[in-house]
Design a protein around this ligand. Sequence first.
Ligand SMILES: [Fe+2]
Ligand SMILES: [Fe+2]
Length: 145
Amino acid sequence: MASDSASSTRRMTGIAELDDSHDAFIRMASRLSQAAATPMSADERDRLVPELLQDTISTVTQHFVAEERLMKSYGYRAQDPDGFSDHLEAHADFTAEVCRIVCAMEQFTEDSLAQLCRMLTDFSAAHSERHDLPFVRHVCASAMN
Ligand SMILES: [Fe+2]
Ligand SMILES: [Fe+2]
């Protein structure tokens, strides 16, 4: 479940693409959580887990690409170059960590899925507060000018 700060960011921007992308990120964490809590046969695990891991990497990267495109289109890079580059670095670090964890897992268990779910929810809460909210404030300020 998303934290309050992550939830408060999710539909704050009024930019459908960004809000939808945050929703997809949180939905992915829920899918991982549900799968982790559902007993699976070996066959089910073999079928479902690779799909979940692929979808996790895809959801994370698609969200970051969409958000970074919007940051550029809203002039965030020019207005706050340090904030922009810190934000991109945080995205890159998290993407690398998710890929590292997925690639390092030799055997996928319910615990692995739960660990990934926690990574997504913890990241979402901390990252939203530190990086996404300043961008949202920039978008809101731009809309008032
Ligand atoms: Fe972000
Ligand atoms: Fe975001």
